[in-house]
Design a protein around this ligand. Structure first.
Ligand code: ATP
Length: 378
C-alpha cells in the first residue's frame, strides 16, 4: 500500500520536511539538543474535569500523551472519551484542571491555535471541493504559499494512497477513500497531535480492519502523535502503543496493551477486555481467568474440596449447563459454587477438534493453573 516506501523497507523515503516538525531523526536530535522536547509529552492533562450541570463527565483526569505514540481512549458509551478529546482539541474548556500541549499551557487556547488535526466519525469533507482541495484546505487557511501547498497535498495524498484521485469530488469516493481524504486533510497541516474520534465506526467490518493497519502505517511513517477514541477493545489492542481505559469520567487503567491485557486491574477492565470467569478465593481475593485458559473435564465422583487461590490455582467442581459449538472453538458453560459460597457461571473456550463429548447435566472438574489466574483489586 505504501507509496513512499515501495520496497517495503520500512524506511521513510520522503524528504525530511514532508514529515511533521520534530518527528524526523534530525528534528528529534535538534529538539533534544535544544530543550529535551523529544522527551517531553506531546500533551498532558492535569487534574482535568468537565462538569455539565450537576453531571461530572470527566473527573480529575491526569494523562500524559507520549510523543510519537498512538494512544487510545477506550471505554463504554458515556465514559467521557469524546469529552476528553474535545477538551484536548479546544472545543470545550475544562471546568477545572490544566491542559498542556508541547509543554505549554493551552487550557484556554482556541482550537485553531493549537495546531492539531482532527478526524471525526463523519468525515465532514467539503462536497464542492476536489480531493486535493479538501486536503489543502487547512494549508490555505494557514496561508501556505500555493506551490508549497501543492507539494504538501501531493505528498500527503501519496501517503494515504490516493494520489490518483486528487481531482475527484468526495461523492465519487468509497467510504474508505473518504476516510483517507479526511485523514490526509488532518495530516497535511503537520499537526502536533492527530485526534481521531471513532474514525472507523462508519466503515464495514473488513474495511475497518484494513484501516487499522493503514493508520498504524501512516503513524509509523510520519512519527505523528495520535490520540484515538474508540469503544472497540480489539481496535484498541491492535492499534495502541498506550491504551487508557475509562469509566464514568475516570481512568481505570492505562499502559501498553501487552501489559494491560494479561493483568487487568479490576473487574471492570477485565470484563471490558473479555474476561468472563470471576470467582472468590477463600481469603476473599477476587480472581479471574480467560475462557481459553479454563479446563473442563469430566469428573468421576467429584474432585476434592472446591478451592481457588492465587497461589494454588483453581479447582472447582460443577455441572455443565451449555455447550455451544462455534466452528473453530467450543464454549462450555458450567455452574459451580466458589469458595465464598456464591454460585458462579464459568465459561471454557476449547478448540473444537478432539474435544470431549460433554453435554448439559454432566458433572465436571473445572481447573486453571495459578499462572493463568489474575487477582483483581475489587
Ligand atoms: P460515546 O462512545 O457514546 O461517544 P463517550 O465516552 O465519548 O461516549 P462522552 O461523549 O464524552 O462519552 O460523554 C460523557 C457523558 O457526558 C455522557 O453521559 C454524555 O451524555 C455527557 N455529555 C457530553 N456532552 C454533554 C453536554 N454538552 N451537556 C451535557 N452532558 C453532556
Amino acid at each position: 500500500m505504501s507509496t513512499t516506501d515501495p520496497a517495503g523497507t520500512g524506511t521513510d523515503a520522503r524528504p525530511a520536511d514532508a514529515r511533521p516538525a520534530g518527528t524526523t531523526a534530525a528534528g528529534r536530535a535538534a529538539d533534544h539538543g535544544a530543550d529535551h522536547a523529544a522527551d517531553r509529552p506531546a500533551a498532558e492533562l492535569r487534574g482535568v474535569s468537565q462538569v455539565f450541570g450537576d453531571f461530572t463527565a470527566v473527573d480529575g483526569v491526569d494523562l500524559s500523551i507520549r510523543r510519537g505514540a498512538l494512544t487510545t481512549l477506550l471505554g463504554p458509551s458515556g465514559c467521557g472519551k469524546t469529552t476528553t478529546l474535545r477538551m484536548l482539541a479546544g472545543y470545550s474548556a475544562p471546568t477545572s484542571g490544566t491542559i498542556l500541549i508541547d509543554g505549554e499551557d493551552a487550557t484556554r487556547t482556541p482550537p485553531e491555535k493549537r495546531g492539531l488535526g482532527m478526524v471525526f466519525q463523519s468525515y465532514a469533507l467539503f462536497p464542492h471541493l476536489s480531493v486535493a482541495e479538501n486536503v489543502g484546505y487547512g494549508l490555505k487557511l494557514r496561508r501556505v504559499p500555493a506551490d508549497e501547498r501543492a507539494r504538501r497535498v501531493a505528498e500527503t495524498l501519496d501517503l494515504v494512497g490516493l494520489g490518483h484521485l486528487a481531482g475527484s469530488k468526495p461523492k465519487k469516493l468509497s467510504g474508505g477513500q473518504q476516510q483517507r481524504v479526511a485523514l490526509a486533510r488532518a495530516i497535511a497541516i503537520r499537526p502536533k497531535l492527530l485526534l481521531l474520534d471513532e474514525p472507523l465506526s462508519n466503515l464495514d467490518a473488513r474495511l475497518r480492519v484494513q484501516m487499522r493497519a493503514e493508520i498504524r502505517r501512516i503513524q509509523h511513517e510520519t512519527g505523528l502523535t495520535v490520540v484515538l477514541v474508540t469503544h472497540d477493545q480489539d481496535e484498541a489492542l491492535e492499534m495502541s502503543d498506550d491504551m487508557v481505559l475509562m469509566r464514568a469520567g475516570r481512568i481505570m487503567q492505562q499502559g501498553a496493551p501487552q501489559s494491560v491485557f494479561p493483568a487487568p486491574a479490576n473487574r471492570f477492565v477485565a470484563e471490558f477486555l473479555g474476561y468472563e470467569n470471576f470467582v472468590s478465593a477463600a481469603d476473599g481475593t477476587s480472581l479471574t481467568v480467560r475462557p481459553e485458559h479454563l479446563v473442563v473435564e469430566g469428573s468421576e465422583g467429584g474432585a476434592g474440596r472446591p478451592a481457588a487461590s492465587p497461589a494454588g490455582g483453581l479447582h472447582l467442581t460443577g455441572t455443565v449447563t451449555d455447550v455451544a459449538y462455534r466452528g473453530v472453538d467450543q464454549l462450555v458453560t458450567v455452574a459451580a459454587i466458589d469458595d465464598s459460597g456464591a454460585r458462579v457461571r464459568l465459561v471454557s473456550d476449547v478448540r473444537a477438534t478432539g474435544t470431549s463429548s460433554l453435554a448439559p447435566g454432566d458433572d465436571v472438574a473445572v481447573t486453571a493453573p495459578a499462572s493463568r489466574l489474575v487477582a483483581l483489586a475489587d
